[in-house]
Write a protein that binds this ligand. Structure first.
Ligand code: ZN
Length: 224
């Protein structure tokens, strides 16, 4: 198999190879390094790169971005719902087993949907964080809903917990797992057996959630 890669030159000092989440290979190199030299490096690191490319956390496909036309499906809490563009005037997004948007708002569909998801993420995630934090006996300062691209959640040093709004595309049991995962890090920073023990007490089905993420995680990364 021939490895395809993209070279990005910059003012850096060393050559760095990375395999992105969508399995594309990016070589970052100092200006002036020849393509032959890079090709040599790629060949010498071939096995390492292949291991990375085939790692289970890399995702099999790059999904196409939505065009926001009638009939497209949009994921919410683990299910796909149809989008319908209608002639009547609707303020923002209406959701009732389908997503409705006015034709006059179609151009703004992306930002309207994102606002809708941010709101839903806040409504769904905040109370869960509160109750799981109580169960675990941990304190946090604030829950923030963010727009991180490749992380589902994180804790900041000053005990804020941050969750990606895209999480509410996932089924509720996965959402529970991801929330508990972050909160459990307030007790145990590393993925030790003790960490997983804490997680499993709160979310006994956490292995199912991990499996769902392995199979479907890439669907959360595209917008909607
Ligand atoms: Zn973790």
């Amino acid at each position: 198999m021939e490895l395809e890669y993209e070279i990005k030159y910059s003012k850096r000092k060393t050559v760095n190879i990375s395999v992105e989440r969508d399995r594309s290979i990016i070589v970052r190199a100092p200006e002036g390094v020849s393509e032959e030299k890079i090709d040599f490096i790629i060949k010498s690191k071939r096995q390492w790169i292949l291991d990375k490319v085939n790692h289970e956390q890399k995702y099999p496909v790059k999904l196409e971005p939505k065009e926001f036309v009638s009939g497209e499906t949009i994921m919410y809490l683990g299910r796909n719902y149809q989008l319908l563009v209608v002639d009547e005037e609707i303020e923002g997004i209406e959701f009732n087993q389908r997503f409705l948007i006015s034709r006059s708002n179609q151009k703004e569909a992306y930002s309207l949907l994102k606002d809708w998801y941010m709101d839903r993420a806040k409504i769904k995630i905040e109370p869960k964080v509160k109750s799981y934090a109580q169960n675990l006996g941990v304190n946090y300062k604030e829950v923030k809903i963010s727009d991180m691209k490749y992380r589902w959640g994180s804790c900041t040093p000053n005990n804020n917990v941050i969750f990606n709004w895209r999480l509410i595309k996932a089924p509720m049991h996965v959402l529970d797992y991801l929330i508990v995962h972050e909160l459990a890090h307030l007790i145990e920073p590393n993925h030790t057996p003790e960490f997983w023990n804490i997680v499993s007490i709160q979310v006994p089905t956490y292995l199912k959630a991990k499996e769902w993420l392995k199979q479907n995680g890439y669907k959360l990364e595209v917008e909607f």
